[in-house]
Structure formats: structure tokens, C-alpha cells
Design a protein around this ligand. Sequence first.
Ligand code: SF4
Ligand SMILES: [Fe+2]
Length: 291
Amino acid sequence: MANIQKAHPQNVQGPLFVDTTCIDCATCFHLAPEIFQELDGKSVVKGQPHGPKEWLLAKRAILSCPTSSIGVSVAPQEFNNLGSGLPFEISEGVFYCGYTSPHSFGASSYLIVRSSGNVLVDSPRFNSQLAQKIEALGGIRYMFLTHQDDVADHKKFHSFFNCKRIIHSDEVNSDTQDCEIQLIGSETVHFASDLKIIMTPGHTKGHMNLIYRGKFLFTGDHLFVDPDLGQLRASKSYCWYSWVEQVKSLEKLAQEKFEWILPGHGGWGYFGVEDSHYKINELVTGLKGQQ
Ligand code: SF4
Ligand SMILES: [Fe+2]
């Protein structure tokens, strides 16, 4: 629970506040850029919410914050009357789950609702309200784990939904050794007619990306969207396995077709087929030029 005694001095005055336990995961200022902003490595409230729509954005941020650093000193009636607003649909049956976990540094998880069984991409923090909402959306058949950093409460979701967890064997450790489907090698896996798994070693050795319907690309920590510039970027400072391999994996990804890019951190974006292709090629060219 957020602590008003630790409220950041730069919050604008009002009931909503961020305390100084914030770990700068970028979740809140992506979800509600009109309300939160980053300031010297911490989030602060830059504009107090007004009306139910803005309070809903604030509530999503409160529930999604991995460190419970966002609070309300005196909740207005409209806040108390709101539901969680999570998960919410981004587009065409692809949902953002919220409830991020401190164990994955606030990584985003997404739910793909599909007639042949829903897929949870990476694991949120387990929360019974969230689990019930997911159950109402058809439950979880598969949990796709991009890499070992973002597995969070995978065991609890597995117990609740009896879903099959998909991970690369190079990511398996004592926590994930019971995952039901452990992929090997570097070849693309056509898991179902609408699900394609691309091996993207680099950030970690067995990192994987998922493409749904040739439209939605889930990138884990392989590729990010820069919200200010609308560009794509990859992080050399957070590359744990091999930067050379990561650039090669980006080059491989540039051969694929997708429109939406949904990363593990910092928010998602719609680019369309041509623009996503152009931007990823631009990124690869830039990175190769630096090598
Ligand atoms: S969601 Fe929480 S931890 Fe993440 S930036 Fe906002 S206040 Fe900080
Ligand atoms: Fe990671």
C-alpha cells in the first residue's frame, strides 16, 4: 500500500500521489500519460484525475504498479464506484492484463482471446479478481513465457487454470523446470495456424517472440517502443546473453509480418505492416553501424 508519508514532493497537489518506493518501471506513465510522468528516475503525479474516465486510468495504474507505490489520500466517490478496468482490450481480442509483478520489474502481460484457447503472454502478479476476469474471458489454455525474467507467478496461474506453459529449454531453471512445453533449437515453430514462435536469442539465450495472426508481435525484452519518438529500440545495457546475437535476432524479426508491437516494458504501439518493417530495418541498420 502506498505511503502518504513517503509521497514524492513533486506530485501536484490532490488526492492521487506516488510515493518514493517507485522503481521507475514505466507502467503508470504509459497507461496514463496525462496523469503521471517520469522525473529524475521516479514517477510523479503531473495532473490530478478529473471525472470517471481519468479516475479509471488512475485506478488501472494503481492496480498495475508492481510496488504499490501509487495511492489516493481521500478517494472521491467516483473512484470507489469504479471496477478495476483490468484486463482491458487493446485490439481484436488482445488484452493488457495489468497487475504487474515486482519479480519481473513491472513487465506487461497480455491475454490473447481466441476460439481455440486463450494464450497468456508472460505472467502478471497473481490476483483473484484478475483470475476471475480471465476466467470469464475463457480462461487460459497456454501461457507463453518469452524468457526467464518475466515468469512471475506462472505457477499460480498454472494451478488456477491448468494451462500448459511454453518456454525455451535454455530459459529453464529450478523455478520453471515443470513447464509443460519446453522448446529447443533456433528454428521458428508454427505452434498453431495463428501462432508463430520466433527464437530471438540475445537479451537471454532462449528468448522467444510470439506472432499472433500475422498481426500482433509480442517481444518480451527483445524490442521496445519508444513512446516519445515512436521509434523502436533494443537495449544493450540490459542485454544479459549476447548483443551480437540480439542484433541478428532483430534482423530475423525484420523478415516477419506484423502490425502491432507489444513489448514487456514501456508500452505498445500500432505501426502497420510497412512502418513496422521500415522501423525495425532502420533500427537494425543503426545498430549494425555501431558494431
Ligand atoms: S507503476 Fe509504480 S513502479 Fe512503475 S513507474 Fe509507476 S509508480 Fe513507479
Ligand atoms: Fe528480461
